[in-house]
Design a protein around this ligand. Structure first.
Ligand SMILES: *Cc1c(COP(=O)(O)O)cnc(C)c1O
Length: 426
């Protein structure tokens, strides 16, 4: 019997490149045919064949209160009934700005956009406009959306210029990006010593979630803050994923590191397209229409997206919300680790807030090189076996996982039991 998922995928591939509207969805990394989803509720999603899965992808992060939370659905319905968009300011945008600046004190001013890519792209432009410098520093394995200057990988040898990691990115643009190793404070210090007066910005995921989950070392965060301050570079903390995931104050609140600019997305849109960047007032005042750095968006601050975001941000402020999520993620990673250990499988797992990582390596990796050294084939086997058991993990060994407030202890226990069954037959 052919599955509806497969039929839809075959038809989609005729009209949509790779059959998907964002590459990781195509299951290329894990092999096989992607699932087409029809519905989500709480911690679960259903595919086109009607099979239910416990969802640990959560639309890549936004669904922190679970799918179709009644408050969020109602807020969206109410907003939609008042008008889908005006391209003019609304009171809800002011409410969102007030809430973001209240929850995240490093935001003195904020602007809403529609995607994380827009937020980081503009934060870079703003940092360049503010400093009058061109060079940016990023770290290998961090993802900051798909704008040209950020689709860059390390060149050969230390202190070389970056090379495009995508065809279509001009080498001249990639050359303005220096790519360093995540968690390498000494490498960052050497680079600043060499070219500190050229560096407009350092952009980083303060908890990395796009090369699986990699936690930052304290000295790495401290070096970044101190060097940017010393050399007049703008520190951009990209919290599109970690913001409202690691905790209510994001990764920077968790670790107590103050950004000059901060980017947000995912959770703050509650599942609809809303994102933001903001930070120091003196920098944000360089933005048009106040200043010379241009940025605009027809759908920026869209009232329906803002309503979904506000409803979500209201729910996550409930007392104990993050304590529970942190507990859920920890319960899960502890259980998976114990099961793998029992069966003698080289495996590790860790979590921070509602983000978790599972690795087919003895220790959780701390760098891009270490994550690349994990057993990818083992992950792919595990991924498909879990899928058969009704557990939907991210379809790549290089993505973080997420729990939501809708995941119950029973869901976590079922997930661990599924893994235990797989590991027993490993
Ligand atoms: C998802 C992500 C982005 C890009 O956001 P989009 O909304 O997909 O454009 C940027 N930075 C980080 C850290 C992300 O996780």
């Amino acid at each position: 019997m052919t599955s509806r998922n497969q039929t839809l995928f075959e038809e989609s591939q005729r009209l949509i490149p790779g059959g998907v509207n964002s590459p990781v969805r195509a299951f290329k990394s894990v092999g096989g045919s992607p699932l087409f989803f029809t519905r989500g509720q709480g911690a679960y999603v259903w595919d086109a064949d009607g099979k239910r899965y416990i969802d640990y992808v959560e639309s890549w992060g936004p669904m922190i209160v679970g799918h179709c939370h009644p408050d969020v659905v109602k807020a969206v319905q109410d907003a939609a009934a008042q008008g889908l968009g005006f391209g003019a300011p609304t009171e809800a945008e002011l409410e969102m700005a007030e809430l973001l600046c209240k929850l995240l004190p490093s935001l003195e001013m904020v602007r809403l956009v529609s995607s994380g890519t827009e937020a980081t792209m503009t934060a870079i432009r703003l940092a360049r406009g503010f400093t009058g410098r061109s060079r940016i520093i990023k770290f290998e394995g961090c993802y900051h959306g798909h704008s040209d200057g950020l689709l860059v990988k390390a060149g050969s040898g230390a202190l070389t210029f970056g090379q495009p990691s995508s065809s279509g990115v001009p080498a001249d643009i990639a050359a303005l990006t220096t790519v360093l190793d995540y968690n390498d404070a000494a490498g960052l210090e050497r680079t600043f010593a060499e070219m500190g007066d050229e560096i407009a910005a350092v952009i980083v995921e303060p908890v990395a979630g796009n090369m699986n989950l990699i936690l930052p070392k304290r000295e790495f965060l401290d070096a970044m803050r101190a060097l940017c301050t010393k050399h007049g570079a703008v520190l951009i903390l990209d919290e599109v994923m970690s913001g409202f995931r690691v905790g209510l104050q994001g990764a920077h609140g968790h670790f107590g590191i103050k950004p000059d600019l901060l980017t947000l997305g995912k959770v703050m849109g509650g599942g609809l397209p809303a994102a933001a960047f903001g930070g120091r007032r003196d920098i944000m005042q360089c933005l048009a229409p106040l200043g010379p750095v241009y940025q605009a968006g027809t759908l920026s601050g869209n009232p329906v997206a803002v309503a979904a975001g506000l409803a979500t941000l209201n729910l996550i402020q409930a007392s104990g919300f993050y304590d529970r999520l942190t507990q859920t993620a920890k319960q899960m990673t502890d259980g998976l680790r114990a099961s793998a250990a029992k069966h003698g499988i080289p495996f590790s797992a860790q979590s921070i807030g509602s983000m978790f990582g599972v690795y087919f390596s003895k220790q959780p990796p701390t760098s891009y090189a270490e994550i690349m050294a994990c057993d990818k084939e083992a992950f792919n086997r595990f991924f498909h076996a879990m899928l058969d058991e009704g557990v939907y993990l991210a379809p790549s060994a290089y993505e973080a996982g997420f729990v939501s407030a809708a995941h119950t202890e029973a869901d976590v226990a079922a997930t661990i039991a599924a893994a235990d069954k797989i590991f027993a037959g490993w």
